[in-house]
Design a protein around this ligand. Sequence first.
Ligand SMILES: [Zn+2]
Length: 703
Amino acid sequence: MELSHDYVEAKKGGVLESASRRVRMIFSVMASPNRIDILRILNSKGPLTYSELKALAGFKSKKESGKFAYHLRKLLRQSLVALNKAERRYTITNLGKLVLSLARQIEERSIIESGKMYVRTSNQTIEEFNSHKIIQSLVREANVPLELAQKITEEVENKIYKFQTAYLTAPLIREMVNSVLIEHGHEEYRHKLARIGMPVFDIAQMINSVDEVKNGIESVLAKTAQTVLSEYLVFNTLPKDIADSYLAGDIHISNPGTWGLIPDSIFISINELAEEGINLKGKFLNVSRIGSIKSVDDFCSCLALLNMLLSREASTEVFVDEIMPLIQRCGSDASLANKLAKALIIGSSAPSYAPTSPIMSLNVNLDGSEKKHVDAVLKGYETYVHATPIPRIGLVLTYSSGAVNDYADKISNIVRAGGAITLLGNPKQVRSSMGVSKSLGDGQSASTVMSLQSLAINLPRLAYESNKDETYFRARLALLIKPAVTALSMRKKTITDLTRKGLIPTLANSTQFMQRGSANIVVNLVGLHESVANILGYDDTNNCLDVVQKVIKTSVDVAMEKGKQTGDDVGIAMIVDDSAPRFAALDAEKYGKILLQTSNGAYSQGMVIPAADMIEIKKDSPIIKECNAMEKLLNGGLSVTLDVNNTMSDTDVKAAIESAADMLTFFRARMKVFVCGNCGQKSLEVIDKCGLCRSPHIMQRYA
Ligand SMILES: [Zn+2]
């Protein structure tokens, strides 16, 4: 329908004219940079009081009060700013926001149209190229002397004008600055100015390789963060000698991305939380506190919540101590097993910042606990294991001699279902399911302890490079342990400091960690057997144990000595981490595969005993003697794995566990689980194709 002539004429005289008058008025408001500034401030910081706004807009002196009042009045009159009378605060209106965004668009467009150089910055803005900003970052970020900064900038500017790139971005300018710095031999400055990140191609590939993605989006984010933060660690924060040893493969660092942020293991007593809970003091926006624990329901929800919160604060393991005394206090509840299973399933989905989620271990003391309670915990755990492809929660059963036999049936059932059961035959000790000791000395440790253990030493390489000279081998080992302890000690200071600042809030607020907690440093020895065999020649098995003991003693002594200097508790351990395949691969590349004996592509970690052998073994057999001798010497902990074969019968597994519990102080009973990478179906038998969907993509894992 066409508008009648009269109608248009009539409107021209009235509404239309007043609308165009409004536009003119608004443009006149935009003419003042002061007023645009006020809008910008209210947009990002508002609502604000009169005096706050005045100060932020830079009208500081009394003389300028009138000027400020004048600008503000204009903005109010055009309804770009509104005053909330009750709160006496000013806010930007929707119209004001529109004007502001228009001003920004005009600014950007005019830069483009003018043919000037403009830069897309990493703050998602576009601004005119300004060489002064290059000088500024050279001086501020890398401490370049002003005169040199000016010279470098001039050269960069010439390049930029010469190339006339279509996409001039801040990262590109930085690349140019860095290349000019290198051309002039200023490597140190370039190092400080480096931008850490990932190539576009790698990011695209990571996002698209959905087949390898486990835990969905969480693993993509964790991987990205790890890449950036590991690079920052290796090139910017580690002492240079340690960084070089790491890159060369003399040592290994697990989870380098979280090295300077969170500890590897946390030991915490849930019984101590029972009274006061944990007050998170506003450090989490969605969880305010973990309440006190009075019933089995409280206990179960606390367990799930602890797992959720602490999984973010450790890279490898969260060890929860004293669950049995607490269950005892909570009184009998017939549905304990059921409720526990549910809590574990919920807790298992906890997020984490490490590429592999940390495991949670529940310490169950068999001595002094009522049998019905232990039975319920074991039953609840078994239900959880059946419901989970690869369990990330495990049980550490502590006992004095004999107590295991009452539960051997249930324990072997859990192990044969793919559960993670660890046995510790010394109730005075506390050991994580990886084997790490909570207390490095003989004395009592604090109730909450963090352990830093993610640095491992490549012994086979040291042995090979020592030309079968045992004394030289130990001397070189000592030379490697010292800087390792120094690096770990620096790491401990950094993390303690960050904990105080609130980066690790659950740990910091649990049982007043800052006052009563402590932190241990542990160095991990990898491939001890291969290295000793290399030094002695592969046939000489008689002197093996002698040399093994000598090597451990030297390591413990050197570490303790160095620890005295740095003021830390330092231990030596032989535990399982992710260093062994990397060491073996790097050494194979460097020296050829034949030079070092490796079994299944990785060096040995801790001790591994096939469960089938365990039934026959006697107490005086060489392997048991060796385990017990090493157990005494390794103050940081020894991991002994009882490797359960999938074809073993119920009775045999039970017999192996009883026999191991009788002869060893510490062991982890583990059976490989086969999980379909396509549909998630779990198999406890060896398979090469999924029984459900026939997919050949089968993952083999130990819990
Ligand atoms: Zn399948």
